[in-house]
Design a protein around this ligand. Structure first.
Ligand code: SF4
Length: 324
């Protein structure tokens, strides 16, 4: 059975239960016309002032034949909880998954066991799936290293591969083969060596051509913060519960900022773009990004799927010129 997911969850549990996870965000944003899904949600009554990712997910579920959805009810946002309620009313089978309120290995174990029971699988099967995914996570870490250390992989390619590790495109074996092919090709390239090294923090941008614009200004993204978190590069050295406890995104900003600051130093990042979605509570967190990080921060926001607008383009250009 195909199981929709609305955010990163312990995907090993879904594979262990013999199901195919399907990240609804990825279906939404890679569709030829993502705006279509946003409109479907608005036609169904979703307010104009709701985050477009939530509306996109809802729109996808109106058209895709997916009857069961795992909703992150703790550690994501209240929009997801309300989305789950509407979907349940539409007749979808909703399975809640809640990250513990603070990072705690024992509580994470309890949360994973609850999901295990809901999907009718067992811990031995899950451990088996984790062993199969660990080598793929190592390859993703290598792809990330080829991005920031060897400058052989572009920021857009990096984001695409890391983001897809939330569900491994539903087929880890094929995902792994494609990754091998991509890494082989990347190793034959000449280093990109752009003038400016950027980090991109926050949810994956809904903007369709952000990386092209940055490239035009001779800037490369060598750190995609949240997509790197999705790939859980520390997983091979951790237990199931530990690997999801180290995942920073569901928890207090403090820990996330420590991770961002550390990676910015390691990757010699000149400036950080903090992307937030219009109508998202995380826009408030922007205050602390600017107060606490040493690296210069540019805050970017976008509402609906589409290219960079004129005002944003000017702000990006000015920021990069300032860094250069
Ligand atoms: S972008 Fe913000 S509002 Fe939208 S789903 Fe993510 S956390 Fe919630």
């Amino acid at each position: 059975m195909k199981i929709g997911i609305t955010s990163t969850i312990p995907v090993e549990v879904v594979f262990a239960a013999g199901h195919t996870p399907c990240d609804l965000n990825n279906i939404f944003i890679t569709a030829p016309d993502p705006e279509h899904f946003v409109r479907l949600a608005e036609d169904a009554g979703f307010p104009r002032t709701t985050c477009a990712w939530i509306k996109g997910i809802y729109g996808v579920l109106r058209e895709e034949e997916i009857d069961t959805v795992i909703i992150v009810s703790g550690g994501d946002c209240s929009n997801s909880i309300a989305l789950g309620e509407v979907l349940a009313h539409d007749g979808k089978n909703i399975i809640p998954f809640s990250y513990p309120p603070t990072p705690n290995v024992a509580e994470m174990e309890t949360a994973i066991i609850k999901l295990t029971a809901a999907l009718k699988t067992n811990l031995a099967e899950i451990a088996n799936c984790k062993q199969q995914l660990n080598p793929i996570r190592r390859k993703l870490e290598e792809l990330d290293r080829l991005t920031w250390h060897d400058n052989l992989v572009t920021g857009a390619e990096n984001l695409l591969h890391l983001v897809n590790s939330s569900d491994f495109n539903g087929n880890p074996e094929l995902f792994s083969q494609n990754l091998d092919g991509f890494i082989r090709q990347a190793l034959e390239r000449k280093p990109l060596n752009r003038k400016t090294r950027l980090g991109l923090a926050g949810v994956p941008p809904i903007i369709s051509n952000l990386f092209e614009v940055l490239d035009k200004f001779d800037a490369a993204v060598v750190f995609n913060e949240v997509p790197r978190q999705f790939s859980l590069p520390w997983a091979p050295q951790s237990t199931m519960s530990e690997q999801y406890t180290r995942y920073t995104y569901p928890y207090q900003l403090e820990r996330r900022l420590e991770d961002i600051a550390k990676i910015c130093r390691e990757r010699r990042i000149d400036g950080l773009i903090h992307y937030t979605q219009t109508f998202c509570f995380r826009q408030i967190e922007d205050i602390l990004f600017k107060r606490k990080l040493e690296v210069p921060v540019l805050s970017l926001e976008a509402d609906r799927p589409g290219p960079v607008d004129g005002r944003t383009l000017t702000r990006i250009e000015t920021f990069i010129e300032m860094l250069q």
